[in-house]
Design a protein around this ligand. Structure first.
Ligand code: PLP
Length: 405
């Protein structure tokens, strides 16, 4: 292939239909915060991109096609988030992007990092590690059970000792959205830098890094109908970044390793789907609201965590009194529904969700929780079937718990 090979652009003015983003398994999939199905047009494109098997770093003919895929994808992802292409480093996913930012930023000899109590483990555990190494002191800002960040606490702890503030755009369990723009300008007033874990933002709302004002922001392609194994870190021009992975000169010496060209190209293709983001965000939110209102009306003893604060439209975190979340999940799976009880990355772990505990739920409440996350492929029929089944399963499980059957 020659140097000028361009990806076939799938960009169109009309949003692609729901079927293009629908999970292909036998279950109805309500776990989009864990991962999303690969969009059908992305699957097809991946097959044709296999021809670009060369190393993007090679200067001979076989390196040119992967190199042009890489260049174009960087432009597409950058354009989606309002960045310059050179402000992006492709990583293996959101966890690596978070690790890279937190371990690679520098802000003089400041020693404090402020973060929230509900961050993803790839932020919290990385920061705990840095604290154990004696590098930073970590302060966690509380989030209450209504989903609001304690802004007074934030204000009180922001001073010229703070090197970095790291707050997620949207929580992966409750969907709560935090006031990033306001928090960024408060951080900048005292000279602190700002990292935002934006992994749960793509595909759910349009984000613009310049408008938010962040210094670093992490993204992941597999939460956005593209392939697993790729993510991106936005680094504002002029900000420092030590590489996490040392080696070759890829990514302008900011992330060594031969690029995962196919996955990166899938990310680029999805980044062109702005029309879908706009069209589906509201539709998914309406469907989520419809689902919640049916659940609250038809099933006793249900509460919604984080409902009072702004939320991304796709997520719903329920507490169902008198029901064990794991039992519920397994029963729903048997009946053909994929849901989650907490952070997907830690499912299989019987401990209640640290996010829900941090928000002030009791262990028992957290153990009775169910996380539902809708996607662009979810239909009203799916939701109707789900609510009807949930109602039956909850009644059944509660009867067993009461010893009635
Ligand atoms: C908020 C958030 N941050 C980071 C990650 C990690 O992303 P990845 O799976 O791409 O490593 C996840 C994954 O669930 C997430 O939800």
């Amino acid at each position: 292939m020659g140097p000028c090979v361009k990806k076939d652009s799938m960009k169109s003015s009309a949003p692609l239909p729901r079927e293009a983003f629908r999970a292909s398994g036998k279950n109805i999939y309500l776990d989009h915060n864990a991962t999303t199905p690969v969009a059908s047009f992305v699957r097809e494109a991946v097959v044709s991109d296999l021809h670009a098997w060369g190393n993007a770093g090679s200067i001979h003919a076989d390196g040119r096609h992967p190199k042009s895929l890489l260049r174009e994808s960087r432009k597409q992802v950058a354009e989606l988030i309002g960045a310059h292409p050179l402000e992006l480093v492709f990583t293996s996913g959101g966890s690596e992007a978070n690790n890279t930012a937190l371990k690679g930023f520098r802000n003089g000899d400041r020693k404090t990092v402020l973060t929230s109590a509900v961050e993803h483990p790839s932020v919290i555990r990385t920061l705990k590690y840095l604290e154990e190494q004696g590098i930073y002191k970590i302060i966690q800002i509380p989030v209450n059970r209504d989903g609001f960040m304690d802004m007074d606490f934030y204000q009180r702890h922001l001073d010229e000792r703070v090197a970095l503030v790291s707050i997620m755009y949207a929580n992966n369990e409750t969907g709560n959205i935090f006031p990033i723009k306001e928090m960024v300008s408060m951080a900048h007033e005292v000279g602190a830098q700002f990292h935002c874990d934006g992994v749960q933002s793509l595909g759910k709302s349009l984000v613009d890094v310049k408008d938010l004002g962040v210094d670093y922001m992490s993204f992941s392609a597999h939460k956005f109908y593209a392939l697993k194994g790729v993510g991106a870190l936005y680094i504002k021009k002029g900000r420092h970044l030590d590489p996490l992975i040392h080696g070759g000169a890829q990514e302008r010496k900011r992330r060594a390793g031969t690029e995962n060209t196919l996955a990166i190209a899938s990310f680029g293709r999805m980044a062109e789907r702005k029309d879908e983001i706009e069209a589906y965000a509201k539709e998914v939110e309406n469907l989520r609201d419809y689902m919640e209102s049916r659940i609250l009306k038809e099933i006793d003893g249900v509460s919604i965590t984080g409902k009072e604060a702004p939320r991304i439209g796709a997520s719903s975190s329920l507490v169902l009194e008198g029901v064990d979340g794991e039992t519920l999940l397994m029963n729903l799976d048997v009946k053909g529904f994929s849901v989650s009880t907490g952070a997907a990355c830690s499912s299989g772990n019987p401990e209640p969700s640290p996010v829900l505990l941090a928000m002030g739920l009791s262990r028992q409440e957290a153990q009775s929780s169910l996380r539902l996350s809708l996607g662009w492929g979810t239909s009203q029929e799916d939701i109707d079937l789900f609510v009807t089944t949930l109602k039956e399963v909850v009644m059944h499980v509660r009867k067993i718990a009461r010893g009635e059957i």
